[in-house]
Design a protein around this ligand. Structure first.
Ligand code: HEC
Ligand code: HEC
Length: 342
């Protein structure tokens, strides 16, 4: 809230002085486009310990200049056809880039190849950003080409003087690839830098055993199997909860949704594709209760231990939650490389 008030106070007078004056604050003084040199600095992407390999793009190599530009675009309404909103309007860093609604946060999505709850966008992160730019925001590149500063930043990133929609998507993709969370208490525990409390350890053991049975779908290190499941939230399916079926048209996909990561889960509520649960307690109660059969129910959720209910004690439920909270990575949510640069 403080931040919003601050931004508001800052932006209003600047708008009165002249358009886009607020961009002058970015990192370093703007040199003239005419004399600018294209000499991008390669960005060395460091994968956190034990993470799977992130497939980087050969047609969109990460550079310091490209990431800087992507970060600016992420927080700038200029990419919106109506100039009314930016990515940052909905995706909030302090909530691990989720929103107050039911959004899959951008955490480690550089490792994904399906995006959105129903996997409606498939491919690389470049493809996902192409969708955002062309279909969701309907970006009008003439705003960017006419801007006092963006042509310079695009030239520094891509070496051309005409800005294209593909470059907008590519810059955003470079920035999003850097949004990696791999430094939670859980990661430090694995690296033997910190200890877990007894309760966190009990939760860890429940999570990774048949007793809690979470690891099949929310496996290490990304806490998602990148697949789609019907976990038994509903037994009847209509347009509102068709999920994956909307994309594939296969009746066996009704009610299946993408497994979301559990990293930073403490910060990303409400939970599930429709935000039906407001607390982790409610989520655990759901998994603990006997599952109700339906045609597309996941085989894991139709095992006897789920059909009769996991029967976790209150202490065990609290332990699972204590473990889930070890996935909070404040170095991610306060990282100034990811924050609004304006
Ligand atoms: C109006 C609010 C809003 C704005 C603005 C917005 N998003 Fe989203 N975003 C959402 C919602 C809601 C979802 C989840 C939709 C779904 O899964 O069906 C989402 C999902 C995503 C996903 C999929 C994540 C995953 O793991 O599947 C990506 C990637 C994404 N947004 C990127 C962006 C980018 C980049 C921008 C700016 C160009 C942006 N969003 C702007 C609301 C917004
Ligand atoms: C069969 C695969 C599967 C198993 C087993 C499973 N989950 Fe999930 N989980 C999912 C899917 C899929 C979703 C999204 C469901 C939806 O919204 O329709 C989800 C959603 C969640 C969410 C909400 C995430 C968000 O961002 O909204 C939490 C928290 C969660 N699971 C924790 C757990 C825990 C804890 C366990 C073990 C007790 C567990 N899950 C077991 C697949 C699974």
């Amino acid at each position: 809230m403080m931040k919003r008030i601050f931004v508001f106070i800052l932006i209003v007078p600047l708008f009165m002085i002249g358009n886009n004056a607020c961009k002058k604050k970015v990192e370093k003084p703007i040199s003239k486009l005419d004399t600018a040199i294209y000499n991008p600095t390669a960005y060395h992407f460091v994968n956190p310990t034990d993470f799977p390999y992130m497939q980087l793009s050969t047609s969109n190599p990460m550079t310091v200049e490209g990431i800087r530009l992507g970060r600016m675009l992420y927080y700038d309404n200029i990419i919106d056809k109506y100039q009314a909103r930016s990515c940052g309007t909905c995706h909030h860093q302090d909530k691990a880039f989720s929103t107050p609604g039911n959004i899959i946060p951008h955490i480690n999505i550089g490792y994904s190849s399906y995006f959105l709850w129903n996997g409606g966008v498939k491919g690389t992160i470049e493809d996902a950003m192409k969708f955002e730019v062309e279909e969701f925001f309907e970006t009008n590149v003439s705003y960017l080409n006419a801007d006092a500063e963006y042509p310079y930043y695009f030239f520094k990133a891509f070496g051309t003087k005409q800005i294209t929609a593909q470059q907008v998507a590519y810059a955003l993709a470079q920035f999003i690839r850097t949004l990696v969370s791999g430094n939670s208490k859980f990661d430090k525990f694995l690296r033997e830098e910190v200890n877990f409390s007894n309760q966190e350890l009990d939760g860890f053991n429940l999570f990774y055993s048949e007793a809690g049975d979470c690891f099949h779908c929310h496996g290490v290190m990304l806490f998602t199997d990148q697949d789609f499941h019907n976990t038994g939230l509903d037994t009847t399916f209509t347009e509102a909860n068709y999920g994956r079926y909307t994309v594939t048209g296969n009746p066996m996909d009704k009610g299946k949704f993408k497994t979301p990561t559990l990293r930073n889960i403490e910060l990303t509520g409400p939970y599930m594709h429709d935000g039906r649960f407001h607390s982790l307690e409610q989520v655990i109660d759901f998994y603990n209760a006997p599952t109700v059969m339906s045609a597309t129910l996941d085989p894991i959720m139709s095992k006897p231990n789920h059909l009769s209910g996991l029967n976790l004690t209150d202490y065990q439920k609290q332990s699972l939650i204590a473990f889930l909270k070890t996935l909070t990575d404040t170095s991610f949510t306060i990282n100034t490389d990811f924050s609004n640069p304006f």
